[in-house]
Design a protein around this ligand. Structure first.
Ligand SMILES: N[C@@H](CCC(=O)N[C@@H](CS)C(=O)NCC(=O)O)C(=O)O
Length: 205
């Protein structure tokens, strides 16, 4: 029987990888459909908002990577212990998203002069600002972001690192010992380890 979950995204980690991590964590089998850039234009208009990723479950289609991640986190029991922890998780996810969007503004800037300016304001100012605060949060929570225990934001952060590092052109957590702990706490989980070994090796970012 075909798996009940089908994830459709491009052949990159980026916004699809947190969902792949979460499904893998829960031992949930899923179809990992990877759309090539050549075949995307023909598919685009059939998607809810002309973008990927999409998750199909029980014959229904969901879009928006973070909403999908939150849904899968509930299925695999990686949410907070109470509403306040859920709020803290959501706030941290939004902060990581803010950082990702800033780095994309730098990374995909094609005008040389504008890129130089963004290097200063984003790479040299915003990035260290965010990293210092996120590292302090991970320190306070003993190698996790929220509540001193594993939640889906730890998986989302770790799964996003390849793409974020690609955009920043460096290992952003090289000098952030507590963010390194978050990553270690995630990659040592047997189901995540198995996914990392199994996932396509030539995937970009
Ligand atoms: N907020 C959306 C953003 C989705 C998004 O930007 N998807 C990009 C790939 S990362 C996409 O589908 N690009 C192709 C297009 O817009 O035609 C999410 O988190 O799912």
């Amino acid at each position: 029987m075909a798996p009940a979950y089908k994830l459709t995204y491009f052949d990159v980690t980026a916004l699809g990888e947190p969902i792949r991590f979460l499904l893998s964590y829960g031992g949930i089998e899923f179809e990992d459909i990877r759309i090539s850039h050549e075949s995307w234009p023909a598919l685009k208009s059939s998607t809810p908002f002309g973008q990927l990723p999409l998750l199909e479950h029980n014959g229904k289609v969901a879009y928006q990577s973070i909403a999908i991640s939150r849904y899968v986190a509930k299925q695999v029991k990686l949410v907070g212990k109470d509403d306040w922890e859920d709020l803290e998780i959501d706030a941290t996810v939004d902060t990581i998203t803010d950082l990702r969007i800033k780095l994309a503004q730098y990374s995909f800037e094609t005008d040389e002069k504008a890129k130089k300016e963004k290097e200063k304001s984003i790479l040299n100012e915003s990035l260290p600002f965010y990293l210092e605060k996120l590292d302090a949060q991970a320190k306070k929570n003993n190698g996790y972001f929220v509540g001193g225990h594993l939640t889906w934001v730890d998986l989302l952060f770790t799964a996003s690192l390849d793409f974020i590092n690609f955009m920043a052109k460096k290992d952003i957590i090289a000098n952030s010992p507590n963010l390194q702990k978050v990553k270690q706490n995630v990659v040592k989980i047997p189901n995540i380890k198995a996914w990392l070994e199994k996932r396509p090796k030539d995937t970009l970012q």
